[in-house]
Design a protein around this ligand. Structure first.
Ligand SMILES: CC(C)(COP(=O)(O)OP(=O)(O)OC[C@H]1O[C@@H](n2cnc3c(N)ncnc32)[C@H](O)[C@@H]1OP(=O)(O)O)[C@@H](O)C(=O)NCCC(=O)NCCS
Length: 155
């Protein structure tokens, strides 16, 4: 497994993150949403290689032990090679160190890749929000609400 590391997202990362975001997401966040305004409860990190190239990133929020995964992505050429597993494992470690014991997320029902990753990483389906996400063709699709307990041996 290639040895990637996390860097707190700052302005120098932003143009690459915007490019990746637009390439991989159905409904990409805007540059303003991706800007590194580090809030008191937020943990936003870029995953970089030895050349400081951004491979992926995540945005989370953590309040009173409850963390929420707001955004996670791996740049398209690096997808399907185990980077998502590595990024999510590092994310969990970061949140555990920040005092979180539970991690929540929402995922589109059609996002089979992300769902497979989350299932393998110990997330369980908690509930469903019908018609929550708009689709490019004007329809909507359900959001699945998933949760993982942090701090297990696997983390
Ligand atoms: C979801 C995402 C972060 C996964 O990253 P990745 O580097 O491709 O994931 P990995 O290579 O570590 O694969 C993790 C597991 O997911 C599964 N998987 C990945 N892509 C898949 C696909 N397209 N279809 C089905 N399963 C898939 C694999 O089974 C893999 O498990 P394995 O290693 O035991 O075979 C990445 O695909 C991505 O950035 N997608 C676009 C953004 C996105 O959808 N973010 C999530 C929003 S909730």
């Amino acid at each position: 497994m290639t040895d990637y590391t996390l860097q707190p997202i700052d302005d120098k990362h932003l143009s690459d993150i915007v490019r990746i975001e637009q390439a991989v997401h159905i409904a990409p966040w805007s540059k303003t949403q991706l800007a590194p305004a580090q809030g008191r409860f937020d943990h936003h990190y870029a995953l970089v290689n030895q050349d400081d190239q951004i491979i992926g990133y995540f945005y989370t929020r953590c309040v009173a032990g409850e963390a929420e995964l707001l955004n996670i992505a791996v740049d398209r050429p690096f997808q399907g090679k185990g980077v998502g597993h590595q990024l999510l494992t590092l994310l969990k470690k970061t949140l555990i160190a920040a005092g979180a014991n539970t991690l929540w997320l929402e995922v589109r029902q059609s996002n089979r890749g992300a769902r497979a990753l989350y299932q393998k990483q110990g997330f369980e389906l908690i509930s469903r929000r019908a018609g929550y996400y708009p689709c490019p063709d004007g329809t909507t699709e359900d959001a699945l609400i998933m949760r993982a307990q942090l701090g297990n041996d696997a983390d």
